[in-house]
Design a protein around this ligand. Structure first.
Ligand code: FMN
Length: 386
């Protein structure tokens, strides 16, 4: 293993190129040397997290079935549920309870709430603590019209005093740590994330997760690491979790070094490669990504994901949900195309099991990919129409 440089600093290193510190892996891939500080234990409030690699919330994808399957692969520090409407929880709507579902194996877990009314948010937060939330996460980043129109999501970032009062009331209402997930600001002219994060630290928020884009950007452009760094610099001790566009070890290394963040939250990269956390954790501990997942492990991940959906949500939902992720599983397992095609209109657990047996028997149709780039649908077009 070739070690060119190692850094052990806690300070952000925006001036240093990623290529200044690299290892060469067994496969001759350039692997950066992880910052030594990321081996230190981390707590979010009083909740210890096993690693500094978190699964970001993704509405429609981060179901408990997916979270449990990814957790079994190893390396996961913290998961967050899809965003859940606080009012719907109070009104006992079934959908809200499905979205916020958790179980003892699904820990530590942050349940993410959105809304803007303190009374509703506090009541929903208390109920979610009763349902097993290790952490309550407040959504302050969602750009979607339905959410911002009512004053929730990223709209909260526009009125920093109101946002701080809302979050403070939730911190006082529950006896678990409260975190906030936000963007850099509403747009380039209002980068309120550093100011808000500082206020949140003052009222006892346990961590802030920053997606390094503004609401106006949606998912366009590159993630602004210097923007996240400004948030890290604005607070004293509160952990800042960097988020956005982390798909490779090099991306993770850059996120840690440029921003000085305490942990990283990964969304789309985890859908494309559900073993990414295991690789990141191995890298953080050893400087190497460890072995690639085998064909059998990849197929087993797909099996657990589908069967988890089936057990919890029934055949109809499981089949529809699984179809959304099938393309990535095809890329990920290199299952033969005819077998992929026979799952496209999946309508029963029996068909899934039959095709799965054929996939296992046939093996991969080509070389298993080690770099994963799945297209995850995100809203596009003018942001006001999302
Ligand atoms: C399909 C989809 C659904 C999302 N749903 C949520 C959500 O419910 N709550 C939230 O805070 N962020 C949500 N996000 C944003 C992600 O958590 C994350 O901030 C963003 O995707 C950038 O990280 P990534 O590049 O690692 O995916 C969603 C993103 C996607 C693509």
């Amino acid at each position: 293993m070739l070690v060119l440089h190692e850094s052990n600093t806690l300070a952000p290193e925006s001036s240093r190129s990623i290529m200044d510190s690299v290892n060469t892996s067994a496969q001759d891939q350039i692997v950066p040397v992880p910052p030594a500080r990321i081996q230190e234990p981390l707590q979010i409030g009083n909740v210890p997290v096993p690693t500094r690699f978190f699964l970001a919330p993704m509405a429609g994808y981060t179901s408990m079935a997916f979270r449990l399957a990814v957790r079994e692969n190893g390396g996961l520090g913290l998961v967050t549920t899809d965003l859940v409407n606080a009012r719907s929880l109070i009104e006992n709507r079934r959908r809200a309870f499905e979205l916020s579902e958790t179980c003892p194996e699904d820990r530590p877990v942050a349940i993410q709430l959105y809304g803007h009314q303190p009374v509703e948010m506090c009541e929903a937060a208390r109920r979610m603590v009763g349902s097993g939330a290790s952490i309550i996460d407040i959504n302050m980043g969602c750009p979607v019209r339905k959410v911002v129109r009512s004053g929730g999501g990223s709209a909260l970032m526009c009125d920093t005093m109101n946002a701080t009062q809302l979050v403070e009331s939730i911190v006082k209402a529950v006896n678990v740590p409260v975190t906030v997930k936000m963007r850099l600001g509403w747009d380039d002219q209002t980068p309120t994330a550093p100011e808000l994060s500082r206020s949140f630290e003052g009222i006892g928020v346990a961590a802030v997760i920053i997606h390094g884009r503004t609401r106006a950007q949606g998912f366009k452009g590159n993630v602004d690491l210097e923007g996240i760094q400004r948030v890290v610099e604005a607070v004293d001790r509160m952990p800042i979790v960097g988020n956005g566009d982390v798909r490779t070890l090099a991306d993770a290394d850059r996120m840690f070094r440029v921003t000085g963040c305490a942990a990283i939250s990964i969304g789309r990269g985890a859908l494309a490669n559900p073993f990414f956390f295991q690789q990141l954790d191995h890298w953080a501990r050893t400087g190497q990504p460890g072995p690639e997942p085998s064909f059998e492990q990849r197929v087993y991940m797909m099996e657990r994901h589908f069967h988890g959906l089936l057990e919890r949500r029934g055949q109809h939902y499981a089949c529809l949900q699984f179809r959304k992720t099938l393309k990535w599983y095809m890329n990920f397992t290199r299952m033969p195309k005819p077998l992929y095609l026979s799952l496209i209109n999946l309508s029963s657990g029996e068909v899934f099991d039959e095709v799965l047996a054929e996939i296992k028997a046939s093996g991969p149709s080509g070389e298993l990919p080690s770099q994963f780039d799945a297209h995850i649908p995100v809203p596009s077009g003018p942001i006001d129409k999302w």
